[in-house]
Design a protein around this ligand. Structure first.
Ligand SMILES: [Zn+2]
Length: 176
């Protein structure tokens, strides 16, 4: 059994009865961040749906099992009350039964073939990319070798720079 309640101001409470354990998850959502505190208490199997009350200091959770347990939810955390709290001035917040249990197992299963599918899909463009890279590299190599051909003096054969106007060896005027 799982119940959840909207506490307002970006807060939500989810409580779940797993065997004799009562798992309380209090989630706070603020400025895009989600914080949650979880508490698990051995209160026994619920005999009836839990109840939630709001008062001026926080929230009181009432859990009925073999005995009645009260939990206080305040800014500083969740605490189990040793005595029955004052219910005067409290307002009951409705719990909603969560029927479709968001279990993680069915979500995990379709992920595996999907991931494998992505990998096999990715392999083909990777090969394509590698083919393109080889092609591009070959083009670059041929291009650079064609442009960087050395120049030599027409008279003495000394290697000359493109910026040179005269041969450094024989002084022949170079035509650029
Ligand atoms: Zn020369």
């Amino acid at each position: 059994m799982t119940y959840s309640a909207d506490l307002g101001q970006g807060q939500s409470l989810t409580i779940e009865n797993v065997g004799v354990q009562t798992v309380i998850t209090w989630a706070h959502r603020s400025a895009g961040q989600q914080q949650s505190q979880q508490m698990s208490l051995s209160l026994g199997a619920w005999s009836e749906p839990p109840k939630l009350f709001k008062n001026h200091v926080g929230f009181i959770l009432q859990i009925e099992s073999a005995r009645t347990s009260y939990l206080r939810l305040q800014a500083n955390g969740i605490s189990l009350l040793s005595e029955v709290p004052l219910m005067i001035g409290t307002e009951e917040i409705p719990f909603q039964r969560v029927t479709s249990n968001p279990s993680r197992m069915p979500d995990m299963k379709p992920l595996e073939p999907l991931r494998m599918g992505n990998m096999s899909m990715r392999m083909e463009p990777m090969e394509m990319n590698m083919g393109n890279m080889n092609l591009r590299m070959a083009t670059a190599t041929s291009h650079s070798s064609s442009t960087s051909h050395a120049q030599f003096c027409s008279q003495c054969g000394t290697k000359i720079k493109e910026s040179d106007r005269f041969c450094s060896q024989c002084g022949t005027k170079l035509e650029s």
